[in-house]
Ligand binder design. Structure first.
Ligand code: GDP
Length: 290
């Protein structure tokens, strides 16, 4: 629970601590309802999800805090398990807008799998930025993963293809593919991501087994808008929510769960290599409302 406490400290201090004091031992009256609505919207739960929560609380009647706990668990009731295939390699693409923490999350994921004794290949398919390639190489050195990289400006699909080929030839367990995220050329970017996925399928028809979309929690509702663009373009299978430690608006977790309908599979709570963990809905609600 400690890492979630760290990730949610600001959110609790600013909003959810107040929600708990407001609702503790109470039923929902009009005044409480209004204050709760305000706090939830300030915490970036979003209007749609806030209204949903308030409706559910009215239906449930009884102890308001208990009803809120139940409602949050209902919203977060999704399957966080990874679609890991029986036969390796497990191929994961990581997509999202630049600056959200994509490359860092690839490195942290590599560390997580390496810690479980898996051999990992990192693919530097964000060929648009030389810095991203260098950053991924550093992560490879740090966590003991092989990095497949071409030069800046190379075809991202070719990098992904080489990485998957390498993993098949050398019996590697996991391939993690970092992709580009420049949003000003949205159409080209989405086409590029689709091409990366097409090319991977030439090697392994059911891959990628996971397409993880990185959302920066500090961007709040904007992150949600970006996510919808990616969701429409590629089959996103899970969310990595980064920088939860850097925001008081951790309510975005609830908005993502309710409005995107994609499971949050990992949360990032810092810049260090162990600061990414699988998302546990029960622990999240427990920490948020404690
Ligand atoms: P990319 O452009 O999406 O690949 O983003 P980067 O991986 O380069 O990350 C951008 C910045 O966000 C870096 O300074 C990271 O250290 C930082 N970062 C990534 N994840 C987290 C997180 O969970 N918490 C915090 N506080 N910073 C993070």
């Amino acid at each position: 629970f400690d890492f979630l406490k760290k990730g949610l400290q600001k959110t609790k201090d600013a909003f959810f601590g107040k929600v708990v004091s407001l609702l503790k031992g109470k039923k929902l009256d009009d005044e409480t309802r209004e204050k709760l609505e305000e706090l939830l919207i300030q915490a970036d739960v979003g209007i749609e999800t806030t209204e949903y929560i308030l409706e559910r609380l009215e239906e449930k009647d009884g102890n308001a805090l208990e009803a809120l706990r139940e409602t949050l668990l209902e919203i977060l009731n999704f399957d966080t398990a990874l679609n890991e295939p029986d036969n390796p390699p497990f191929v994961i693409t990581v997509v999202g807008v630049n600056g959200t923490g994509k490359t860092t999350s690839c490195g942290k994921l590599a560390k997580m799998f390496a810690d479980r004794g898996k051999s990992v290949v990192l693919a530097a398919a964000d060929t648009f930025r030389a810095a991203a390639i260098e950053q991924l190489k550093l992560w490879g050195d740090r966590v003991g993963a092989t990095v497949i990289a071409h030069s800046e400006g190379a075809d991202p699909a070719a990098v992904a293809f080489d990485a998957v080929s390498h993993a098949l030839a050398r019996n590697k367990d996991v391939v993690i593919i970092d992709t580009a995220g420049r949003l000003h050329t949205k159409k080209n970017l989405m086409e590029e991501l689709r091409k990366v996925h097409r090319v991977i399928k030439k090697k392994i028809p059911e891959a990628p087994h996971e397409v993880l979309l990185v959302i920066d929690a500090t961007t709040g509702q904007n992150g949600l808008v970006q996510a919808k663009v990616f969701k429409d373009a590629v089959d996103v299978t899970g969310i990595i929510l980064t920088k939860l430690d850097g925001t008081a608006k951790g309510g975005i977790v609830l908005a993502i769960a309710k409005e995107l309908g994609i499971p949050i599979k990992f949360v990032g709570v810092g810049e260090k290599e162990d600061d990414l963990k699988p998302f546990d809905p029960n622990a999240f609600v427990e920490v948020l409302l404690s």
